[in-house]
Design a binder for this molecule. Structure first.
Ligand code: NAP
Length: 275
């Protein structure tokens, strides 16, 4: 078994995502988790995570600081810990908050903006990240090693992060909607609930693995299932009538737009705070 690293990590804002990140990192790192209402994360203490509501002390003691509060809380939290994170690497998982806003709030920290998803709870997240302009990976060489504890990782240009947030961060909610709809379809046909759930979930896993392992385009793989005069084409015909592709394109567009709006609001807020 790999020896536990001596790197100390603090997760500020141990809610849904922050709590999952803290748990995923704990086997390898010494982790401290914070939130204002610590009663809600006492469960983490039983898992070897230090729990506190003192953000400043937690950031002071940490080698790497992770921020996972809501977007609107990011600037106030960074201002609170600005002294404690001088010269340190800070990874923000908040949607829509760009590295230039992060930098304005705590100018002497080095920022990584990241987006992951709820699958971090089972260490199968897909974490996309970009480094603040001019930040070298050498500043915190173990960054990728740390993020790999959450699942797959991918470095991207920051300009793509808003749409990736709409797609990958929000994505599990879309996939759950698809899976739930398939389950309902099967229930109407009399399939037992558990069997329907497993069939839908394993089908989603299998299709995803096939996409990634073959590198083929989804339409090519779909054609392999569409036997002429077979059963699948009748199902696809119904989906096309419901304009399913337009619905998904609109969903990703709407969520991306919301991200951009939040980003502008956060920038205005950060700037007004600086005055
Ligand atoms: N949920 C997702 O699937 C998902 C996916 C990817 C990224 N994200 C991003 O992750 C961030 C958190 O989302 P979430 O869904 O995990 O929200 P959440 O469950 O509300 O978590 C936010 C946490 O921050 C804590 N907090 C608020 N102010 C604080 C402060 N001053 N100091 C310390 N802790 C503070 C809150 O606890 P107290 O009120 O007790 O302080 C809360 O537990 C967001 O920026 C979101 O964009 C979420």
């Amino acid at each position: 078994m790999e020896e536990r690293s001596k790197t100390r990590i603090c997760v500020i804002g141990a809610g849904i995502i922050g709590g999952a990140i803290a748990e995923a990192l704990t086997p390898q790192y010494e982790v401290t988790a914070t939130r204002r209402n610590c009663d809600k994360i006492n469960g983490l203490a039983g898992k070897g995570i230090k729990v506190t509501s003192d953000n400043r002390a937690a950031a002071e003691e940490a080698d790497l600081v992770i921020i996972s509060v809501k977007p609107v809380q990011v600037v106030p939290v960074l201002k609170e810990i600005a002294e404690a994170v001088r010269g340190k690497t800070v990874v923000s998982f908040a949607a829509a908050i760009s590295t230039d806003i992060l930098h304005m709030a705590a100018p002497e920290a080095h920022f990584v903006r990241a987006m992951t998803n709820i699958a971090v709870r089972v260490r199968k997240g897909y974490t996309l990240f970009s480094l603040q302009q001019d930040l070298s990976k050498e500043r915190f060489p173990d960054l990728e090693k740390v993020l790999l504890n959450l699942g797959e990782i991918q470095q991207v240009e920051e300009q793509y992060l808003d749409v990736l947030t709409a797609m990958s961060g929000s994505g599990p909610a879309y996939i759950f909607t698809v899976v739930e709809s398939m389950i309902y379809g099967a229930l109407r046909e009399g399939l037992p609930r558990n069997l329907a759930l497993k069939a839908a979930a394993y089908t989603a896993i299998g299709a995803s693995c096939l996409l990634l392992e073959t590198g083929k385009h989804p339409s090519e793989l779909r054609d392999m299932v569409l036997t002429p005069g077979g059963v699948t084409i009748d199902g696809i015909y119904e989906l096309e009538e419901s304009r399913i592709r337009t619905a998904f394109m609109k969903a990703i567009g709407a969520a991306s737009e919301k991200g951009r709006t939040l980003s502008e609001e956060a920038r205005a807020h950060a700037l007004s705070d600086m005055e």
